[in-house]
Design a protein around this ligand. Structure first.
Ligand SMILES: Cc1cc2nc3c(=O)[nH]c(=O)nc-3n(C[C@H](O)[C@H](O)[C@H](O)COP(=O)(O)O)c2cc1C
Length: 200
């Protein structure tokens, strides 16, 4: 088990890890599976993996939620914190991820969000910076530290393992500690006094 520094929890923090790519042949599986393994191996967290490619989401926002959208809503609601695994597409994040974000509203509020990004030279950081603006609109709090893989396909072996894992593991541990801090700070408060009342 990895130890998350200063994690003062009695109950596990429910993290929803969200896949940012639904592309056929996507590299997202490799990066998201690495992050999921690390989180599962860290004390204090329970993990729900949300892969939009496995949900039968509609092609557009509909007036009535389909069962898949209702399920997505419940899973986002059940989460205390989020880890978004995103590639960079044309200097931003994929539209498939934006669609998932746009399908729900209140369940994002007053919760922390961390990022694992990947791509070419920028390591997906431009996607992450755009996502910070999107999550601010949703009253979610993005944490500073994120894991970023530039030329990601060169960094993992054929088994999906990182060739040099130490630095990304350290960065992920720091990001998880930040998520835990925020999740613990707001979890009870969210239940005691629902954030919708001040969200406007
Ligand atoms: C439509 C598209 C646009 C892309 N644009 C960028 C880009 O702006 N910057 C970058 O670093 N990589 C870019 N890439 C490379 C992707 O980050 C890389 O292919 C990554 O593996 C895509 O994630 P996925 O395989 O999980 O879908 C782009 C890839 C696609 C498919």
């Amino acid at each position: 088990m990895n130890k998350t520094k200063d994690l003062p929890v009695s109950e596990p923090i429910n993290i929803a890890l969200i896949y940012g790519s639904t592309r056929e042949g996507r590299f997202c599986d490799t990066v998201a599976e690495w992050a999921a393994r690390e989180i599962r191996g860290t004390d204090g967290f329970a993990l729900d993996v949300i892969d939009p490619a496995k949900l039968e989401l509609p092609g557009r926002i509909e007036e009535e939620d389909s069962p898949a959208v209702t399920e997505l809503h419940k899973r986002i609601e059940a989460a205390d914190a989020f880890v978004v695994v995103t590639p960079e597409y044309n200097h931003s994040f994929p539209s498939a991820l934006k669609f998932v974000i746009d399908l729900v509203s209140e369940p994002w509020q007053a919760k922390p969000v961390g990022f694992v990004s990947y791509g070419g030279v920028s390591g997906g950081l431009r996607a992450v910076e755009h996502l910070r603006l999107v999550f601010a609109e949703l009253h979610a709090v993005t944490v500073r530290d994120s894991v970023s893989f530039a030329s990601a396909w060169d960094l993992f072996n054929e088994k999906g393992e990182l060739i040099e894992p130490d630095r990304p593991r350290r960065t992920l541990a720091r990001m998880l500690a930040q998520l835990a801090w925020w999740a613990n700070a707001v979890r009870e408060r969210r239940h005691a006094s629902p954030y919708e009342k001040v969200a406007g």
